[in-house]
Write a protein that binds this ligand. Structure first.
Ligand code: ATP
Ligand code: MG
Length: 210
């Protein structure tokens, strides 16, 4: 496969995304594939400032529409200024979260109607979609416990459990409706098994896209 591919890792807090990305990076290095890693929200100077606001701003409540618009503002910056140029240069791009996170969190969690998210996706991403998304599925209780063990929880991580259950439902239903592009990984398994699932998916992907 000579073209750059956009791989996205998705999942709830503490699902193991950062850990999974290390596995993907190792696999790409073994395949001699050049790649860059990005994260959302963030990944450009402006988008990182928006990330800080989204995670830690506490001077006044951030409304659900503001949060949504800030997420898409950050995503647009990252897409146009980092992801697309890297893909055009033939690099692969690994994304720690992308549009599916907004559908899960702002759509499922905050209950903003999906039709509104469809409009924003159209405005900021057009027809652009990841080539492959690995969704790390986990019970939010387990994920939050893992995240909590790692340190203080940020503004979004402090939402109620219901919020994360709704987000998980969106992840699972989107994966079900687009199984070719969104692969579900059982992230409740021990790390070695999660890594095996990821490598299997990556090998299948290159074998079927040669
Ligand atoms: N399969 C696993 N089993 C047990 N613990 C795990 C597993 N995968 C990751 N962990 C641990 O859980 C914690 C959260 O993992 P990680 O930081 O990779 O999650 P994340 O999805 O990137 O979280 P965040 O959404 O906060 O960025 C880490 O301490 C990590 O070592
Ligand atoms: Mg992480």
């Amino acid at each position: 496969m000579s073209n750059g591919q956009f791989l996205v890792i998705e999942g709830l807090e503490g699902a193991g995304k950062s850990t999974a990305i290390a596995t993907v990076e190792q696999w790409l290095t073994q395949q001699n594939i050049h790649f860059i890693s990005t994260r959302e929200p963030g990944g450009t100077q402006l988008a990182e400032q928006l990330r800080d606001i989204l995670k830690y701003y506490d001077k006044e409540p951030i409304t659900a529409p503001s949060e949504l618009l800030l997420m898409y503002a950050a995503r647009s910056q990252l897409l146009e200024n980092k992801i697309k140029p890297a893909l055009s240069a033939g690099s692969w791009v690994i994304g720690d979260r992308h549009d599916l996170s907004s559908r899960a969190y702002q759509g499922g969690g905050r209950q903003i109607p999906m039709a509104q998210l469809d409009h924003l996706r159209e405005l900021t991403l057009g027809n652009f979609r990841p080539n492959l998304t690995l969704y790390l599925d986990i019970n939010p209780l387990v994920g939050l416990e893992r995240a909590r063990n790692r340190g203080e929880l940020d503004r979004i991580e402090q939402q109620t459990l219901d919020f994360f259950h709704r987000a998980r439902e969106v992840y699972l239903s989107e994966a079900k409706s687009d199984p070719e592009h969104i692969k579900v990984v059982d992230a409740s398994c021990p790390l070695a098994e999660v890594q095996q699932q990821i490598i299997q998916i990556l090998n299948d992907y290159v074998n079927t896209h040669e």
